[in-house]
Write a new protein. Sequence first.
Length: 378
Amino acid sequence: MLGTVLLLLALAKPVCPSPDSAASRRAEALKRLLEVFGMEDPPAPPAHVKQPPQYMVDLFNTVANADGVTKNPDILEGNTVRSFLDKTHGEKMRFLFILSSVAKNEKILTAELHLFRLWPRATNGPKRHHFCQVSVYQVLEKSEPEAPGGKKLLAARLVSLQGSGWEVFAITQAVRDWMEDESRNQGLLVTVQGLGGSPLDPPPLQFASGGDHHESKKPMLVLFTDDGRRGASLPMDGFPGGSYLQPQAPVLPAKLAVPRLTGLRSTRSLDRLQPCQRHPLSVDFEEIGWSGWIISPRGYNAYHCKGSCPFPLGENMRPTNHATVQSIINALKLSEGVSSPCCVPDKLYSINLLYFDDDENVVLKQYDDMVAGSCGCH
């Protein structure tokens, strides 16, 4: 008898999840979230406080709003932009970029060399030149780039000797060669010549180097790539401006809840009364533990859809034809086991993340189908 009582007490005792199971569940959830963002492990935060290149910050602000939601799907070429800083440690007119963080499945769409043109040196006597020719070469022979066959011309153009600012050169073919065989990556060589190709000594034009100048002026390689990850084919018309933050239907006031119903039962009853609509769903990267490597945004509103799809479905519920038929079948009980339509997202928006990768390069990546733009009965 005593054994039976003890058994009943043991069965009646509430079972609380152990700390180990809770930690395991959290770890599994974060692993799945990383998969959504196309990563196996979260990148380690930079060892020292680093400022992202201003170009990447400006690009993020052009592509996305403050929450990271894409302003216009046609601005960005591909879905990934990667920036790399020069690794030659200030060697004049020679540049090297390590591309080991680029995945093999990424398609190289465009590669650009960004160089900051410094103010021209003061010269004694009259100025005889207003322009010079700048040429960018892919180095084929690291030890003897000036020897025949030691380099290959990638881009050349006339550059003004007045003022300062960024100069951008297309070097897409060289980067594609390096991605096919990384041993071919012997760097880049930049030369400055007169209008007729004559050497200028000393050259009147100089570019900021990696070691001697401010972080914001360092030489940079920018890659526009596409990793092939694409979302579902939900309608993407009407991309969000300011109006996307507004719910599609008014929330029923709390006073509509039946006073006699309390607690969980009251909440569930009210949910059934509310029509299908969009509700906030905050994603905070700091709470998740990702704030060390994500630059922008600090979080975003993913939204979620909740509410009933009662018969008859009105146009405000944005039903599909299939949902309308299902609603009729359910209401008339014409077939067993047919539920009412579900309240789900019928428009999804992409978001953009600006972050440091494992090599402390700054990456801008666009992820499809991350924000519920509107809800409907399907």
